[in-house]
Design a protein around this ligand. Structure first.
Ligand code: NAP
Ligand code: 2V4
Length: 253
């Protein structure tokens, strides 16, 4: 018996990195997981295969986020798959994880780059939440993956941090709106976390990045997935509207 038995979850950007680790973790706790992806069809399929091998339940759902019709396309696939498997379209847990990174100095940031960051990191989650709430039962969970950069200065990431700052606002204001339905909404802020960025293959770079954390290592996707799984569980029913620092102490100063 897992603590998410009978629950359904959507994890955006679950083909890789923290989204993948979160999908695996929620499925291990018993949830039926929608593994969303944009372009990485094979990787998303592998996540589902891994979950099923472990005795869990999952399916993939494709949609490029940040383009017109994105939410509509995602929910067409999601609701059809949920109906086939559960007979209904109830969605208990939404994890807004998919995001695009910046890494562009402010003087080199074009209007197109800026618009894309806002479209994927802030606008898509806003409208995903709006749509998901139509399917979310009382006691549901919404978790937005933001960034420690909302509290730690990095001039190469100004536009990215702005997009995540907008995303972070959702928890504060929606928490009040959703309290009567016992739906919680929180932000989880990772620090530097290992992903497929080639930087993580360079030992000297990893050593430098590790030094940002008080634990002197970079985060692993599972470090963040465990925090998300806690917030998704009934144990976290009294936490809403909060910013959860999952940076491994990078923000301690
Ligand atoms: P990642 O390994 O780069 O994977 C990104 C995921 O998001 C992929 O599954 C990708 O799907 C999906 N995605 C990206 N843009 C998309 C789009 N426009 N439409 C649909 N799907 C899209 O990610 P990560 O490093 O684990 O980061 C996950 C989240 O944490 C992001 O929001 C990121 O901003 C945030 N974060 C990361 C770090 C870090 O150091 N890694 C630190 C703080 C916060 P496809 O490959 O299928 O397109
Ligand atoms: O500095 C970060 C950081 C970064 C980067 O290094 C560049 C990258 C990998 O292209 C995008 C990026 C995303 C992030 O979310 C962070 C980040 O969260 C972070 C950084 C430095 C110190 C604390 C942080 O939380």
């Amino acid at each position: 018996m897992g603590n998410l038995d009978g629950k359904t979850a959507l994890v955006t950007g679950a083909s890789r990195g923290m989204g993948r680790a979160t999908a695996l973790r929620l499925a291990r706790q018993g949830a039926l997981v929608a593994v969303h992806y944009g372009t990485s069809t094979d990787e998303a399929g592998e996540v589902v295969a891994l979950i099923e091998k472990d005795g869990g339940r999952a399916f993939t759902v494709q949609a490029e986020l940040g383009v017109p019709g994105d939410v509509h396309q995602l929910f067409l696939g999601l609701e059809q798959a949920l109906k086939e498997r559960t007979g209904a379209t109830a969605l208990d847990i939404l994890v807004n994880n998919a995001g695009v990174m910046g890494g562009v100095k402010p003087e080199d940031t074009t209007p197109e780059t800026f618009d894309r960051l806002i479209a994927v990191n802030a606008k898509a989650p806003f409208f995903l939440i709006q749509r998901a709430l139509a399917d979310m039962p009382d006691g549901g969970r919404i978790i937005n993956i933001t960034t420690g950069l909302n509290r730690f200065a990095n001039p190469d990431e100004i536009a990215y941090a702005m997009s995540k700052g907008a995303l972070e606002q959702l928890a504060l204001h929606y928490a009040k709106h959703l309290g009567p339905r016992r739906i919680t909404i929180n932000s989880v802020a990772p620090g530097i976390t290992r992903n497929s960025n080639p930087l993580f293959a360079i030992p000297e770079a990893v050593e430098q990045l590790a030094a940002l954390s008080t634990f002197n290592r970079v985060g692993e996707p599972e470090d963040v997935a465990d925090v998300v799984a806690f917030l998704a569980s009934d144990d976290a029913r009294w936490i809403t509207g909060s910013f959860v620092d999952a940076t491994g102490g990078t923000l301690l100063g």
